[in-house]
Design a protein. Structure first.
Length: 135
């Protein structure tokens, strides 16, 4: 994945991970963003299932290595945040209880650029909405 408007000298902020001890269909982790106008990039690996990200996040990719229960699923999702956010809950769900592991990285926006983040050709305004966005 390629993101533009990233801070060239300090591109990464908070990095979080979660790997539960028991299989679960509910995938959750808590994190915080340290800088305004940052983007939270998250990837989850599972045994045999693709997952659906929670409401706050945009699905970027979901794939599996095969069709068996022993195949590996990888899902990538992200979300831009206008303000620094504490105790942010990352959530997703699988079709059934599965072993999973999650890692999330805050991508910090370049402070010398406009206060919008561009990703995959879509601009985000100061409330984190894709442009054009009609209220």
């Amino acid at each position: 994945f390629r993101y533009s408007g990233v801070d060239p000298s300090n591109p990464l902020g908070n990095i979080s991970c979660n790997d539960p001890l028991a299989p679960s269909a509910q995938i959750t982790a808590k994190t915080s963003t340290t800088q305004p106008n940052s983007l939270l990039f998250t990837t989850v690996t599972t045994h045999g299932y693709n997952i659906n990200p929670g409401e706050l996040f945009t699905l970027r990719n979901s794939s599996k290595s095969g069709n068996s229960r022993n195949s590996v699923g990888v899902t990538v999702f992200d979300q831009a945040f206008y303000q620094s956010t504490k105790d942010l809950e990352i959530s997703a769900s699988a079709q059934s209880a599965t072993e999973w592991s999650l890692i999330s990285a805050e991508i910090i926006a370049d402070r010398n650029k406009p206060k919008n983040i561009m990703r995959h050709g879509k601009w985000f305004n100061n409330q984190g909405f894709k442009q054009p966005y009609n209220l």
